[in-house]
Design a binder for this molecule. Structure first.
Ligand code: AP5
Length: 223
């Protein structure tokens, strides 16, 4: 397959992580979720994790230079050679410039790059995040819309699911504000360059996936 980079955009709780994981499994590219990478740093109690935690708990973006370090490290791994699916990166103009700079040579040499915006209303965000249960392995469930096979246990690794610290209602409101203020401005670039697929994320999980597959079919090889 042609070297491919796909970036999932969308508000917190829109379901972009759920859909990004489906696509990663389908086209066999690694999923790079900056939220998951940061949570792993926090659980390791690394210096980066200790700094990141303060921002995440406040619903704010972690400083760009820490993300640059994490993303650069991840892109150097051999499995990223054929491309990557990004979930949650970039999130502002600076991060976007950094990423496009990093991928410049690959794009010049014919790599495909596309953005997928999974859009939902703020009300749906609140409903979805309210029922979310997560696992440190990156798997995500919802108590009603996508429950695990055994209550409170991850289907993938059998570990206990948890409620994310930043899923408290007041932090969610701050995350939404951060998204509207810092992330939405990026979409102009993707729209104007014809590289943005807009998806109605308000539908059930399978329908959102069908729309993504349908819109991607004419842009990349899904087999
Ligand atoms: P991150 O973990 O990336 O959080 P987020 O972007 O706020 O997105 P979420 O993970 O909350 O939601 P999602 O859209 O992936 O939805 P999900 O699939 O889980 O980042 C956390 C924090 O880390 C940030 O606030 C920031 O501090 C920091 N950070 C991360 N990246 C950064 C960056 N680049 N720069 C700076 N800081 C950064 O679905 C949500 C729930 O809904 C689940 O329960 C799911 O089962 C359910 N669901 C999914 N789809 C549907 C559907 N269609 N119908 C019904 N339910 C659904």
């Amino acid at each position: 397959m042609q070297k491919t980079f796909i970036i999932f955009f969308g508000p917190p709780g829109s379901g972009k992580g759920t859909q990004a994981a489906k696509l990663a499994a389908k086209i066999k590219l690694p999923l790079v979720s900056t939220g998951d990478l940061l949570r792993q740093e926090i659980s390791k109690e690394s210096e980066l994790g200790k700094i990141a935690r303060k921002y995440m708990d406040a619903g704010k973006l972690v400083p760009d230079e820490l993300l640059e370090e994490l993303v650069s490290r991840r892109l150097k791994k051999p499995d990223a050679a054929a491309g990557v699916i990004f979930d949650g990166y970039p999130r502002n103009g600076e991060q976007q410039e950094f990423l496009l700079g990093k991928l410049k040579v690959a794009i010049r040499n014919g790599a495909k790059i596309l953005g997928i915006l999974v859009d939902v209303s703020d009300e749906q965000v609140i409903e979805r995040i309210g029922g979310r249960r997560a696992c440190l392995c990156g798997a995500v469930y919802h108590v009603t819309f996508n429950p695990p096979k055994a209550e409170g246990i991850c289907d993938r690794d059998g570990k206990k699911l948890f409620i994310r610290d930043d899923d408290k209602p007041d932090v969610v409101r701050d995350r939404l504000k951060t998204y509207h203020k810092q992330s939405r401005g990026m979409f102009d670039y993707w729209e104007k360059s014809g590289k943005l697929l807009k998806i109605d994320g308000g539908q059930p999980i399978d329908k959102v996936w069908e729309e993504i597959e349908g819109k991607l079919e004419s842009r990349i090889n899904l087999e």
